[in-house]
Design a protein around this ligand. Structure first.
Ligand code: GN1
Ligand code: MG
Length: 372
């Protein structure tokens, strides 16, 4: 993916907002979309979060924006019913933008890129990694509440904007096809990684099979529950869950798995030093404790049994996805300029994390059993 200059975002922001713009800065480090903070001149006007959505990934723009509107409206209603006092900090607010004299949810620019805005939530921050078990518990509570808030969400207008997003067998199939095509002659560099992942393909297809057989239900889940998608206030208390682009139907173990994969890694997602990488079991325990405190009343016994497998599954799937993109010549994930190995480094780091999770799997299972 190419880098979008700040000046482009600034022109877009000035054109779309009804308020004068003071400045604009890059914000966050998502691997898919581009995000900027727009600071308005008048302190009485809110600041905004401006995003250029990756149209190679999100093709159904109407569906995506409608989903976000439906989900945030649903959560806002729940918060109102609870008598919540600071609702605008507890759920994202999509901003209507000025487009050709009318109000719209998004804007297509002349390059065919599309942009949207949220009202910026001030005095909030996030971390890439969960800092300690207490914070892990808060993160677990945040996603537990999120699942609970969406239990009774039903809408005929809701779309699966990225069908099969966490369908691991389909991710494996994509890797197999990529290896066979070898479009940029990189397969020879990654034979060990391909073998490591494909030799486990059957084991890591079993959650999808349980779903197909009706053993695991599908619920509305986040599907990208990284810790950096949890906003915290200045006291590190959870405000809300953000980045709602991938909210779709899926298995709860996928959300738990991705939260642990991204939040409980003792190293970075793109750590070159594999010795840094392992699963932090204290963070795992904290997260699960928080999560189950809000969900064990409605999860089925099969879902609870599947939770411990989630972290392995998502580390596996993420390794497959990074490796697939590396073999493809880096068309999906953003990577650092001048760092053509970035996706390979990421894939290797996920494999190391997966090995650590496989080693700790029995302990994860036992811990979850002790809570229910
Ligand atoms: C992408 O852009 P970001 O960080 O929110 C990806 C996730 C991956 C993640 C890996 C739509 O999320 O699925 O887990 O990178 N999102 C999409 O860091 O593919
Ligand atoms: Mg995301």
């Amino acid at each position: 993916m190419n880098i979008i200059p700040k000046s482009v975002a600034e022109t877009i922001a000035v054109g779309l907002l009804p308020f004068p713009v003071k400045s604009i800065e890059e914000h966050g480090d998502g691997l898919i979309n581009y995000t900027f903070k727009v600071i308005t001149k008048n302190p009485e006007h809110p600041n905004f979060l401006l995003q250029m959505i990756n149209r190679r990934v999100f093709k159904d723009v109407d569906g995506l924006q409608r989903n976000i509107r439906l989900i945030t409206d649903h959560i806002r209603k729940k918060l109102e019913d609870e008598g919540c006092k600071d609702i605008e900090r507890r759920v994202l607010t999509p901003a209507s933008i000025q487009c050709n004299g009318a109000c719209s949810e998004y804007y297509w620019d002349s390059n065919g890129d599309y942009w949207r805005m949220y009202v910026f939530i001030e005095d909030a921050h996030y971390y890439d990694r969960i800092q300690n078990p207490k914070m892990a518990e808060l993160a677990g509570i945040a996603f537990g509440k999120f699942h609970k808030q969406l239990l009774d969400f039903h809408s005929n207008e809701f779309r699966e904007v990225l069908p099969n997003f966490h369908n691991t067998p389909m991710r494996i199939e994509s890797l197999r096809r990529r290896v066979a095509a070898d479009p940029v002659d990189r397969v020879k560099e990654v034979l060990w990684e391909i073998d490591f992942l494909l030799s486990r393909s059957e084991e890591y297809s079993k959650i999808e099979e349980m779903g197909k057989k009706g053993i695991l239900p599908k619920r509305v889940i986040h599907q990208d529950p990284k810790f950096n998608n949890v906003l915290l206030d200045k006291n590190d208390e959870v405000l809300c869950v953000i980045d709602l682009d991938t909210v779709m139907h899926g298995y709860v173990c996928c959300d738990i798995g991705d939260a642990i994969r991204s939040g409980a890694n003792t190293g970075a997602e793109d750590d070159e030093n594999l010795d840094n990488i392992s699963v932090d079991m204290n963070v795992f325990r904290g997260f699960i404790t928080g999560y189950l405190s809000h969900t064990k009343d409605f999860l089925t016994p099969e879902e609870i049994d599947s939770l411990a497998f989630g972290p392995r599954l998502l580390a596996y799937e993420q390794a497959v996805r990074f490796l697939d993109d590396y073999i493809d010549g880096d068309n999906y994930y953003k990577y650092k300029t001048g760092y053509p190995q970035h996706n390979l480094v990421r894939a290797r780091a996920q494999i190391k994390l997966l090995q650590s999770m496989e080693e700790n799997y029995n302990e994860m299972l036992t811990f979850i059993k002790s809570l229910v």
